[in-house]
Design a protein around this ligand. Structure first.
Ligand SMILES: Nc1ncnc2c1ncn2[C@@H]1O[C@H](COP(=O)(O)OP(=O)(O)OP(=O)(O)O)[C@@H](O)[C@H]1O
Ligand SMILES: [Mg+2]
Length: 215
């Protein structure tokens, strides 16, 4: 459903050019856990951002269900992201003036889909039911990250993108988050940028990057 064709992402910084991605072509399967794996600086976040329409490639294109996606105006890409994609970032980006439950409901409210019941069910599966009334500053780092996972899934997105979702978690939280993401992968693609070999072992497909190229 999502396909990158000969995608380049180049940063110009004074006179210097950095190619974060160089001629990357990938086709995502219709479902399953997809790992983007490689050393720091290899372009994992860049590929995740380009596939999800958060960044426009410098060259090449990303198509969604065979139609141009990366070339569309920002507002159109934003509307597609809002309705159809879910995001978990390495930083959780929770809003401090909302409770855990309100934060978790945010994307579903924006997308006008999902339900309060689905959010509560996700919070329960993530072991947060008794913390759902707390504000982010009253939660641990791992709890905040799990709220961010609930928020990414509450509107039932077609594709989930997660950038190192388990990097700041202990073993127990890591397996809890990965179990939920793997369950979601039964319905649609779940794209995870990661350094974690354990995620690669569970992945249906692994995109290995080195210096911005598929290795
Ligand atoms: N805004 C930017 N301006 C200039 N260079 C950038 C920018 N963002 C990323 N880069 C460069 O692009 C390359 C790929 O970066 P990217 O963030 O995609 O790597 P990564 O594989 O996600 O690394 P990490 O594992 O550390 O998160 C790196 O060399 C990085 O320095
Ligand atoms: Mg990264």
């Amino acid at each position: 459903m999502l396909e990158a064709r000969d995608v380049w992402l180049t940063f110009r910084d004074g006179g210097r050019e950095t190619h974060a991605l160089q001629s990357v072509s990938v086709t995502l399967p219709p479902k399953g856990l997809i790992a983007i794996f490689g050393p720091s600086g290899s372009g994992k976040s860049s590929l995740l951002f380009v596939l999800s329409g958060l960044r426009r490639p410098t060259r090449g294109e990303v198509t969604l269900e065979g139609s141009p996606f990366s070339g569309r105006p920002e507002a159109e890409r934003a509307a597609i992201r809002e309705r159809r994609f879910g995001f978990v970032f390495q930083r959780h980006y929770l809003l401090e003036y909302l409770t855990a439950r309100e934060n978790a409901r945010l994307c579903a409210a924006l997308a006008r889909s999902g339900s309060a019941d689905r959010t509560d069910e996700l919070l329960r599966r993530l072991g947060l039911e008794d913390k759902s009334g707390r504000r982010p500053s009253k939660l641990s780092g791992g709890e905040r990250q799990r709220v961010a996972v609930a928020r990414a899934l509450a509107h039932g997105p077609a594709v989930i993108f997660a950038d190192e979702p388990t990097a700041s978690l202990d073993a127990e939280n890591r397996s809890c988050v990965m179990r939920i993401l793997s369950e979601e992968a039964d319905r649609g693609p779940v794209v995870v940028a990661t350094h974690d070999e354990a995620i690669v072992r569970d992945a249906a497909m692994t995109i290995r990057l080195r210096d911005g190229m598929v290795a």
